[in-house]
Design a binder for this molecule. Structure first.
Ligand code: FPP
Length: 250
């Protein structure tokens, strides 16, 4: 059989000045997308996983250096055992399958969230992917897996309290700059733009501390239908926003 080459994607419009450096995405709507097609929910998650590559590869074109995606929340364990097991298997397969292309594209992958509840095989694959891509700088992809903003703040506070108890930190010196150093995201800049697909206008425990001054885009598209063009358009419209961080325009 002759294998046809993948058609080359059309170039995206040039990155607008003042575009977002860090975009975070709540990839919602996989289940509804599958249901609309009379298929099981996992079919939607598999379709959703394919969109991740497209968006990652669009990042350099639209000037985005950091992309953070919400893959599995601390609340997602409440789903059926079949869906949870299917998602865990999807994450294992995704990492195994995508390591090479992510690395070749220059993506540095990091995971945030609590690894304690994840299975050993998945944790090993996550560690290997982080190590294999540690030298890359073109796109910083952070995958939130068993992540919850409140859980992250609680875990950070526990470590901070331990440093106080051990005499490494003076409580008098704890300020707004201290806590972020204990968060899973300590090496990342705060997100500039948070996108949620599928028409829901809530943040569902995602990057609570980090998104205090982010701009939000809640769009109707279901995640498996999200395109690089839509991503580029949202980044371009961000470039026109007037962000004052609580101050006034001078
Ligand atoms: C929300 O849609 C989506 C998830 C809980 C999982 C997100 C996972 C992926 C996009 C797949 C793979 C990701 C990686 C990194 C390989 P939903 O199930 O809540 O949809 P619904 O609201 O329509 O039910």
């Amino acid at each position: 059989m002759i294998k046809r080459a993948k058609p080359k994607a059309e170039p995206l419009p040039e990155a607008a000045p003042g575009g977002p450096r860090h975009v975070a995405i709540i990839m919602d709507g996989n289940g509804r997308w599958a249901t609309q097609r009379g298929r099981p929910r996992l079919f939607g998650h598999h379709a959703g996983a394919k969109r991740v590559r497209e968006v990652v590869e669009a990042c350099p074109e639209v000037g985005v250096e950091y992309l953070t995606i919400f893959a599995f929340s601390t609340e997602n364990w409440k789903r059926t055992q079949v869906e949870v097991a299917g998602l865990m298997s999807l994450f294992r397969r995704y990492i195994t399958k995508e390591t090479r292309s992510l690395s070749e594209f220059g993506v540095r992958v990091r995971f945030i969230g609590d690894r304690v509840r994840l299975d050993d095989k998945l944790i090993k694959l996550m560690n290997e992917l982080e190590e294999a891509t540690a030298h890359n700088t073109r796109v910083h992809l952070t995958i939130a897996l068993n992540y919850g903003g409140r859980d992250e703040v609680a875990r950070a506070t526990k470590r901070l309290a331990q440093d106080v108890a051990d005499g490494r930190l003076d409580p008098e010196n704890v300020d707004e700059e201290t806590l972020p150093k204990y968060l899973d995201t300590c090496v990342l800049p705060d997100p500039d733009l948070v996108i949620r697909t599928s028409g829901e206008a809530r943040i569902s425990n995602f990057l609570l501390w980090q998104s205090a001054y982010a701009e939000y885009e809640f769009i109707d598209t279901l995640w498996p239908d999200f395109t690089r063009e839509e991503f580029a358009a949202l980044c371009a419209s961000y470039g026109g926003r007037d962000r004052r961080f609580g101050g006034v325009k001078t």
